[in-house]
Every structure is written in C-alpha cells, then in structure tokens.
Design a protein around this ligand. Sequence first.
Ligand SMILES: [Zn+2]
Ligand SMILES: [Zn+2]
Length: 338
Amino acid sequence: MKAVAIEGKCQLKLIETEPPQATDSKLLIKVERTGICGSDIHMWHNGVPVGLIMGHEFGGTIADPGPAKDMFKVGDRVTALPVNPCMECKYCKRQLYAACVKYMDDAPGISTPGAYAEYMLANPLMVRKLPDGMTMEEGAMVEPAAVALRAVHLGNVQPGDRVLVVGAGIIGLLCAAWARISGAAYVALSELNPVRREKALAFGDVDEVFDAGDPKLQKKLLTRTDGGFDKTFECAGPAPAVQSAIGATGYGGTVVLVGVNYDLVPIYTMRVNMREIMIKGSYGYSPDEFDTSIDYIARKVLKTDRFVDDIVGLEDLQKAFERLDDPKGDAVKIMVKP
Ligand SMILES: [Zn+2]
Ligand SMILES: [Zn+2]
C-alpha cells in the first residue's frame, strides 16, 4: 500500500509498504480521509521519529473487523479515538484516556502507524460508527472538534458569556463554534494573519476580529468588554499570545490554554492575582466529548465542511504541510484522500 512517512526535518516521503493485517486485538480500517493536524506539523518540523506514518484524524471504512465481528462488518463507515489506552490505570478507569500512563505507547499516527496510508489498525473499543449522512470529511473532523469541545467544557462557557479566542487556526475556529453553540453572547478573535482574520469572520461564529499584532490590542479588548472577557481560549501557543489571553481576561474569568509551546512562557502573575483569573490547561478529550462531537457534526449543528480548504492525494502531502505552515497562508485544514 501507499503511505507517507516522516523522512527528516520538514520532509515527508511517499513510501510503498506492506499493508497491516487485523490482529487479535486490532481491526483494519481502509482510510478515506485524513485531516492534517497542527501537532503533525510540529512533528514534521522536528523531523522525528523518522519512518513514522502520522495521521490521527480520519474517516474510513472497516476492511476487516478482526476480533470485533460482533460489533462491525466490512464496509461500516467509521472514525476512531486515535489511542489505545491500557484500561487498567486509575485514569482509564475514569475514562480519562488522555491521561493514561501508557497513552503515548500506542497512539495511531502519533507513536504507531496512522492514517496517512491506505490502511491502518485501530482498537475496536475506540472505533465509532458514523451516522448516515455524515461525510468522510466530517468523520475526519470529529477528533479536532473533540479537542475544542474539551477546551470549551473546561472553560465552562455559559449563555451570555463574552468569549475571546486567541488564534484562528482550526482549533481556535472550532472553539469559537462550540462557544457559540454553548450560548456565548459575544465571541471575539485575535489573530496575526489578516487572511485568517477575514476567514474567521466569514465563518459566522465570531462577532469581531482583532489584529493580534496591534500594540493597542489589550486596551481595545478591555474597552470592548468593559474590563475583560469571561472566558478566553488560547489556541496559538507563542508567549505574546498567552500574555495577551491573560491580559484580556476580566475579573473572575478563566483562561484555557489549548495552544502548544515547548518553551518557558513568562506571564504577568500580578494580573492573574488582581483579577482572580483561573488558568486551566486542556489536552485531548473524553470518549463522551468525542461522541458528542460526532452527534453535533452529524446533525449539522456543528458545520465542519466549511473549514476544509482542500483535499489532496498522498503524493501532495508534503506541499500541503508547507501550505499549512506558511504564516501568511490562507489554509486552516487540508485533508488527504489516500
Ligand atoms: Zn489532531
Ligand atoms: Zn491507562
């Protein structure tokens, strides 16, 4: 089968490899669509592990139900949580799979072969059927939608809340959409890239966009909200974005850190003290949040097709990564059709 693997720093390679076979613990999925995730781009930048087939956001059909013949049949349309939790640790017992002590040992597309391939393996307990009428593109959007839903849950967005999203990447856009669905009265978004600002506004979940590079940004945001936002979602990662998220949050507000940064980020703790701001981290999602995402996408309450900029073949994956990585680029989500 054809697949794409990491070859080095910012370099992917189209490879020909033996297709995997269902085992006594894994079923076989024929991959139809795979979304390119920001975390894939991080790994691509680092260029390791060489040889890994990434891709953890996908829609596909069952090619061989393997050990799960009573649950699935060939041709069933599915997606899956890209994890293989141990089911034994204290976190797994509470269904907090993202916290599983062995979470990273076998995560398709992250530590074991994933969905930038024609076929992949998955743990049947993590596989979910797609409701009728749900497209393969929508199936591949469930995973990032669940990431954003967890953040919005942790932010506890309430009807009437004033919400700020920092960063108009796909997770930021999905946070804005979930915040709107949750009843937010005013949703603002800050972003450096003017093309992405325009797109975010056009999607309709955001009331107003702000230039993240504007030196008067904080003043403008505080004026606009009469002292600060109730809930802020930091979906970018760089230090100025985190600082701006905290600086724009009002008294008793919550900042949810969703964006990824591997380095130390200095913040003004004084503002956190004086405004009694709560800062929370968000990572992954629960099975419930994954299933809720399927339900909302299937019923078109959460519309995800609008976010898909392009669908490319495996041979064009390298170019798609470069396009998504361009800080001036317009794309937020590109999918692969293996
Ligand atoms: Zn992802
Ligand atoms: Zn576990």
